[in-house]
Design a binder for this molecule. Sequence first.
Ligand code: SF4
Ligand code: SF4
Length: 293
Amino acid sequence: MMMKIGITGGKGGTGKSTVAVALAVELGKKYNVLLVDMDADCPNDHLLLDVKRKLMHNVEQRIPMWDMDKCIKCGACGPVCKTNAIVSIKKSNPIFVDSQCNGCGACVIKCPVKAIGWDKKDIGYIYSGNNYGIDLLSGELKINEPLSEVVINSMKKIVEGKNEDYDFIIYDTAAGTHCDVISALEDCDLAFAVTEPTPLGAHDLGLILQLLKILNKESSIVLNMADIGDKRLVEDIAKDYQVEIVARIPYSKEIIEDYSRGVPIREKNISYLADMVSKKSDVTEHKPLQNKK
Ligand code: SF4
Ligand code: SF4
């Protein structure tokens, strides 16, 4: 049975993407694996995988469109817009600031003369790629667009149609505990919270473990740069939430060299994680390998 794994972390810069890519590549040696870069604001898995991404399709958002010939300048559309995307004054045509609009439709409903209809605009892109024998799906929000959740939902729909093709699907989430992270994690069977032994790392680990508990997800901790800093900070949080630290990745010259050369890191803890998830997944007979080079 296919398994979805979330690689997440309350704090940015802890090595979450590094772990996600390395785990995907390790599992990809035996299984069909799809890695999904769910950090639409700042996707970088393609860089770590050295993939030249191909555009699959644009992500669109609906936005209102005014027919000023029909508008009677009543000023009713402005006050119903909760995101301040409409400036409307009685006896003047409304002014629309599309970057503020979330497409809720309140203005369309409110207009007494149906002067507001619908249009669409591109707010992001979905890319695909393949390297090291694994497939990559990568979403990217256009600069100055606020609605990353539209890109995330669009990727989730694509993944839904691919569930049958893979043994493992790995979601590399954004940092934090916001809607995009929740949306990605609610789909996963289990999650690894990647953290570092610093006060900030420990604090934000507490937040992500709290979220995973609310979502009722099986969780484990991956401690990166485990041999520097104060590991007791993370161990205390792990104890508080009764979540096991299943891997301790050291701060090593080899890892830094791999990382700086843009190649997936090779480390025994990653092999251990791959073994651990393949045992949990109950994948007895994996799907025919399709993308191996
Ligand atoms: S669709 Fe919603 S957010 Fe967009 S302009 Fe209309 S009321 Fe505002
Ligand atoms: S609610 Fe309709 S008619 Fe009134 S100002 Fe807005 S667009 Fe014009």
